[in-house]
Ligand binder design. Structure first.
Ligand code: HEM
Length: 350
């Protein structure tokens, strides 16, 4: 099925000021937390490991998917970071968003944010859609859940009004999938990006590790990754589904999931996470280096520009968060990692 190129973004007046303000709200929460814990990301603070991988572009792709690096089969050295979504260091047994961040190195061409960088990032979480109608709602939730617990309810009512019950219901449902492994469930971009003249959502679908067990240990995901990667590499299929119509696959309406029956998935790549180094020194050095990097959906060539209001809001929030934590510059393939400090597991636990 051929997707449509007839998609549109709706860019409102005054977005820059609005999104700057939202980014500042998130950065304030990040700075406040850094008074008690090591400085780290404003969201997705806790990593389950920083890993080396290879991203492969597959041969014989459908014509419409042959854009940028997907024009011809190729392989890219890749960094991967799995995380919990919270801005704090909480146990893996707590319900939370789970994330995968993937950075390809060696990607040619001009990029949107750092024109000369040779990187392209893909970020995904478990939910294929979410309850937020606007970036203000997303940040309103983040704000309500940070700081004074007694302020949470009034802030939530202030943000969502009469929709609060249904929003909390959807969030609960979205967080219900707490599988014991980061290489068991499918991760979704959840928001669209451009794909040449088309617009797509993408996902990482694990190949070969179905899990139905729930996570039971406070750092269970890290332990599980360690165990699985000691046995050999793990692989994900990288898939895209194209926009077909504003009705079925809206660009700006995050709560509407793009269904497979309307927008079928096409596998265009493969992510292979390598069996990792066996010495602790190397593993820790790599993990600390990956902690210092910025994974950002806006690290991409124009042909893959993120689209929709939530994506545009992210363009401000990731910048502020990474500047606040003094993140490392983009890798160029010559980087070597050394053992440095990173948010420490036991010391940082809230
Ligand atoms: C709904 C789709 C979204 C997905 C799939 C997503 C995914 C992720 C992932 C996987 C990370 C961790 C990156 C890493 O490991 O370095 C992350 C970090 C972050 N996200 Fe999102 N996110 C989404 C929406 C948003 C929105 C709407 C905002 C705010 C407007 C936001 C703000 C942030 C911030 C501030 C960070 C930390 C950035 C850093 O310091 O490097 N995210 N996100």
């Amino acid at each position: 099925m051929q997707p449509s190129t007839d998609w549109r973004e709706q860019i409102a007046d005054g977005e820059t000021e609005r999104f700057d303000k939202l980014a500042a709200t998130i950065a304030d929460i990040q700075k406040a937390r850094a008074q008690r814990h090591p400085m780290g990301r404003a969201l997705h603070y806790k990593a389950h490991g920083g890993l080396l991988a290879t991203f492969r572009v597959l041969p014989d792709l459908p014509e419409w998917t042959r854009v940028g690096i997907f024009e011809t089969p190729a392989e890219f050295p890749t960094y991967v970071r799995f995380s919990n979504g919270s801005g704090g260091f909480q146990r893996d047994t707590e319900p939370d968003v789970r994330g995968i961040a993937v950075k390809l190195v060696g990607v040619p061409g001009k990029k949107i944010i750092h024109p000369d960088a040779v990187t392209q990032d893909f970020l995904a979480i478990l939910s294929p859609s979410g309850p937020f109608e606007t970036p203000e709602e997303f940040v309103g939730l983040v704000h309500a859940l940070s700081g004074n617990k007694f302020m949470a309810l009034p802030r939530l009512i202030g943000t969502f009004g009469f929709r609060l019950g249904s929003v909390l219901g959807q969030l609960k449902k979205g967080l219900a999938n707490q599988a014991a492994s980061m290489v068991g469930p499918t991760f979704n971009s959840s928001l669209p990006i451009k794909w040449g003249d088309y617009a797509v959502k993408y996902s990482f679908e694990p190949l070969g590790f179905p899990t139905s067990e729930p996570v039971t240990e406070r750092n269970g995901y890290r332990a599980d990754l360690h165990k699985r990667l000691a046995d050999g590499p793990v692989r994900f299929a990288f898939r895209v589904q194209g926009f077909v119509s504003e009705d079925k696959t809206p660009i700006e309406h995050y709560p509407t999931e793009w269904l497979e029956e309307d927008a079928p998935w096409v596998t265009v790549g493969e992510l292979e996470i390598h069996q990792q180094a066996s010495t602790e020194e190397e593993t820790d050095g790599l993990a600390a280096y990956i902690e210092s990097l910025v994974f950002d959906t806006w690290h991409a060539p124009e042909a893959f520009r993120p689209v929709g209001a939530l994506q545009r809001a992210r363009n401000h929030a990731y910048r502020d968060s990474s500047i606040t934590r003094k993140a490392a510059p983009e890798p160029d393939g010559t980087e070597r990692w050394h053992q440095t400090s990173s948010p420490d597991d036991s010391a940082a636990e809230a």
